[in-house]
Design a protein around this ligand. Structure first.
Ligand SMILES: CC(C)(COP(=O)(O)OP(=O)(O)OC[C@H]1O[C@@H](n2cnc3c(N)ncnc32)[C@H](O)[C@@H]1OP(=O)(O)O)[C@@H](O)C(=O)NCCC(=O)NCCS
Length: 405
């Protein structure tokens, strides 16, 4: 059994906990120069470390931001952005202890939702996180793929210098806004490591911006990888989309039109795109845009179930009473009546019973109550209730996060 203590990370422990995270994720250790430039993206605040003696053996980091929920509301969010345990100390309860400390901290700070991207889908369900928004990977073949003639052409796309990419994109992301449920705010500390390192003066990524009648309204960050080999000299490059956001469909289509116009590229790859992004129907030929994969993207953990359920809107349907079970935050365990006018705690008998991780799956509208019941994740006590819950929770637009963290 390993002896360890979980406590907040101090200012002096930022570098050692960052290195520990890097090693657990099999990344190369960052050099001193990189740390000096980008270490501000790893502040001590909101990090819990597990320590054996003085040495860190585990890290669970988060930053505080906001997330859009169905109906357009925005809620405070704890975004869990770094979790790792030293390879010689795994499977001894270190993560479990850090998750308990972190969740208690989120609850004490009144943060209603927590979210993460999981390295492996089997890790976080036990801590109450559910797979809440999917993302698809697209491969669009060039030069065959073309936008069809009725797609509106408006505005202009220009490339930014690396310096402009650093200064202009954070403001543009803010102006575009959190238009889909699941999108999150990007705080100042997010940008240096996640954007500037890639698209700034020493990065390899290119940034293009679309301007419409009201000014800049979309951007894409991408890089290109040469895939030519001796055996395939004509293969060309693959253009990899890292980050693409648009304030409206015209700007989104214009950015795709631009990406498909870049010369010497044989394919455009985009990972973690919205599952309902209509690229295939923008093209003259569907088959030039293949969905290669659909995978779990955002995992969501209701920390304050009443506040989270109360913050989203519901469609018109008869009410449903949910019995929610939460092992780690037992204050959430109870019955909640969900109606088209809002949510309240109740003593009424439950129609459906579910664990809090399944509520995370239901919350943004990615999964239907019927599907979750059929999969055995929701216990059905009133056979008519899954259909009512479907009506209440359904959203027209698929949820999507669109931010790496
Ligand atoms: C994932 C990781 C943080 C787990 O840490 P840990 O201290 O070993 O976890 P715990 O000992 O608290 O395990 C808790 C439970 O989760 C299970 N579990 C932990 N990691 C798991 C994994 N990768 N796959 C499946 N189950 C896992 C354990 O078996 C244990 O189950 P039990 O309670 O039924 O016995 C650690 O393995 C790690 O650092 N991996 C590499 C980095 C990584 O993947 N980080 C996550 C980034 S999102």
């Amino acid at each position: 059994m390993t002896d360890f203590a979980v406590r907040p990370v101090t200012e002096d422990e930022r570098r050692s906990t960052f290195d520990l995270l890097g090693r657990s994720l099999h990344s190369n250790r960052v050099g001193d120069e990189t740390w000096t430039r980008f270490g501000s993206s790893w502040p001590a605040a909101h990090k819990f470390g597990a320590f054996d003696g003085g040495a860190p053996i585990g890290i669970a980091s988060s930053f505080t931001t906001e997330i859009a929920v169905p109906g357009g509301g925005v809620l405070a969010l704890a975004a869990v952005d770094g979790v790792g345990v030293r390879a010689d100390r795994t499977r001894r309860g270190v993560l479990t202890a850090m998750m308990a400390a972190q969740l208690a901290d989120f609850a004490a700070r009144g943060i209603p939702l927590a979210a993460l991207h999981a390295s492996e889908p089997t890790i976080y369900g036990r801590f109450g996180y559910g797979s809440a928004a999917l993302g698809k990977t697209l491969r669009v073949t060039r030069p065959a793929a073309r936008l069809h003639e009725r797609v509106p052409v408006e505005g202009d796309v220009r490339l930014l210098t690396p310096e402009e990419a650093v200064t202009e994109i954070p403001g543009l992301y803010r102006r575009i806004g959190l238009s889909r449920a699941g999108m999150i705010g990007r705080p100042a500390a997010w940008w240096p490591i996640a954007h500037e390192r890639l698209a700034g003066p020493d990065g390899s990524h290119v940034v293009a911006v679309h301007s419409g009648p009201d000014g800049d309204d979309g951007f894409v960050v991408y890089d290109t990888v040469d895939t030519r080999t001796l055996d395939a000299p004509d293969e060309g490059a693959v253009l990899k989309v890292r980050d693409l956001h648009a304030a409206n469909p015209v700007a989104g289509a214009a950015l795709w039109r631009f990406l498909l116009s870049v010369d010497l590229v044989s394919a455009v790859h985009a990972r973690h795109r919205p599952v309902d992004e209509p690229l295939a129907v923008l093209l003259t030929d569907h088959r030039h845009a293949r969905t290669l994969d659909v995978e779990d993207d955002l995992w969501l953990r209701p920390v304050d179930v009443a506040a989270a359920l109360g913050a989203r809107t519901y469609r018109g349907a008869e009410p449903v009473v949910l019995a929610v079970r939460d092992r780690m935050l037992p204050g959430n365990t109870g019955h909640y009546e969900v109606t088209s006018d809002g949510v309240r705690r109740t003593d009424a008998a439950a129609d459906l019973a579910l664990d809090v991780d399944t509520l995370g799956m239901l919350y943004l509208g990615q999964w239907s109550a019927t599907a979750l019941a059929q999969a055995g994740r929701i216990e059905v006590r009133d056979p008519a209730a899954p259909a009512r819950a479907d009506e209440l929770f359904t959203t027209v637009t698929a949820p999507w996060c669109g931010t790496h963290f």
